[in-house]
Write a protein that binds this ligand. Structure first.
Ligand code: 0X9
Ligand code: ZN
Length: 425
């Protein structure tokens, strides 16, 4: 190894160590998977959150699907005992969450500085936003970047519009996509940036889509939270606004902050909860920015048709409602649209997705962007796509899955785009 290279490696390692000093350690924490079969077991698991074991439900308690529970090292034996006492068997899906996180961090050291956009690692906010600006500069006829606000910590909220300018006067259908709403779901910004790249750098394959649609993508809807996962807590979910909590809890779950039956089931008034809905709807500049942008464009004549919230994980294509067990009035066509997407997705790598309403497949969660998009009457089709995986790695998805995940999800976007374009002719 040349001494120049060694010096570079040492410098990078020093930067990493300095940054790592602020990083919360997840050493020895485990992800446990349980399958609940009775209402009593469901109750016992739901209560777990209030017992001071500092558990974090990566998948919320339900009898419809396995439940993933993150447990810090110091509470593992108590939680395992609690499960046993309630007759609930568990599997350990991640034996050391801290080790898994460090492994992924180590794999970045020495490979590259984080300035060039690639899809083999997860990138920082600056790298991603610079990439988005570059795309718009490289493809001025097809892409433009607009600002729709500023985050609590002062980061620009930018969105890219991709589509060929139509001079015929015909109003094109438009898609809206929110990526990176939840900070720790790193796969989301990683794949939506791939969609942009695919559309613009592989135009031959996407001519009809570029001609027939306008696709608006905000790659990191919650930039403060995203950066906080890089500098402080890898598993942070919410925004970073100050809520004047007496115990110092920060932030709001942006996906409980949209106004549609705001404050309903599956959202919390506790500032320390990961599903804290905020003091009022639209309290966060990150959610308010989306609402105001969508409404402004609507007034300017944009023909909004479909809303995609890109989250992880579970491999589910979720349609409204999230706030009630009732099915929405156009449930059938939402499911039809979802099936078009999910079957195209599966055709690429065989990855299986469930399609259904949020409350059919998961648990209620009120105040989500999907419910607002649909319930406001602005978008005919609205969905949350929960991408890879099903819990083997959960939020700590290895970066070698970015490209396969992006490829298959992009196939879904292409399929629903064509469904809209041909259907609307
Ligand atoms: O709970 C959420 O916000 C989403 N799941 S996640 O694990 N990515 O946090 C699901 C959102 C589904 N839609 C609504 N609850 N409205
Ligand atoms: Zn999410």
């Amino acid at each position: 190894m040349s001494s120049k290279y060694l010096m570079l490696l040492l410098a990078l390692a020093a930067v990493y160590t300095a940054a790592a000093e602020n990083l919360e350690s997840y050493e020895g924490a485990q992800l446990l998977r349980v399958k609940l079969s009775t209402p009593a077991q469901l109750k016992a698991i739901s209560i777990l959150e209030t017992l001071n074991f500092k558990v974090d439900f990566w998948l919320e308690p339900s009898t419809k699907h396995p439940v993933d529970i993150y447990v810090p090292q110091q509470h593992l034996s108590s939680v395992k005992l609690y499960l046993k006492e309630h007759g609930i068997e568990h599997e350990v899906s991640i034996p050391d969450v801290g080790e898994l996180i460090s492994e992924q961090a180590r794999s970045v050291i020495g490979i590259q500085q984080d300035d060039e956009m690639t899809w083999d690692v997860y990138h920082r906010y600056d790298t991603i936003m610079t990439f988005v600006d570059r795309l718009a500069a490289d493809y001025p006829d097809l892409a433009t970047v607009e600002n729709y606000g500023v985050s609590t910590e002062g980061r620009p909220l930018n969105i890219i519009k991709i589509g060929r300018n139509d001079t015929s006067g015909k109003v094109k259908p438009a898609f809206f996509m929110d990526g990176g709403m939840h900070a720790r779901e790193w796969i989301s910004p990683a794949i939506v940036t791939w969609f942009m790249r695919e559309l613009l750098e592989n135009q031959a394959e996407n001519q009809d889509i570029l001609d027939g649609l306008d696709i608006y993508i905000t790659p990191i809807a919650n930039p403060d939270g995203y950066e906080f996962t890089r500098t402080n807590q890898r598993l942070w979910r919410k925004t970073r606004s100050n809520q004047n909590s007496p115990v110092g809890c920060m932030g709001v779950d942006p996906n409980r902050n949209f106004e549609v039956e705001w404050g309903g089931p599956g959202s919390s008034g506790d500032k320390c909860s990961d599903i804290y809905r905020g003091p009022e709807p639209w309290s966060e500049p990150e959610t308010r920015g989306i609402k105001e942008f969508v409404e402004r464009k609507l007034e300017q004549g944009v023909n909004w048709v479909a809303y995609f919230a890109v989250h992880s994980y579970a491999q589910m294509w979720l349609v409204p409602w999230g706030w009630t067990y009732d099915l929405p009035p156009t449930y059938e066509e939402l499911i039809q649209f979802g099936n078009v997407g999910a079957s195209a997705l599966t055709s690429i790598h065989g990855t299986r997705y469930d399609v259904g309403s949020v409350t059919e497949l998961l648990t209620p969660g009120s105040g989500g962007s999907d419910d607002w998009a649909y319930g406001s009457g602005i978008f005919r089709y609205s969905q949350t796509v929960e991408v890879r995986d099903t819990g083997r790695y959960g939020f700590v998805l290895p970066p070698d899955q970015i490209i396969p995940c992006a490829q298959e999800t992009f196939a879904a976007i292409q399929a629903v785009s064509r469904f809209i374009i041909t259907g609307q002719k």
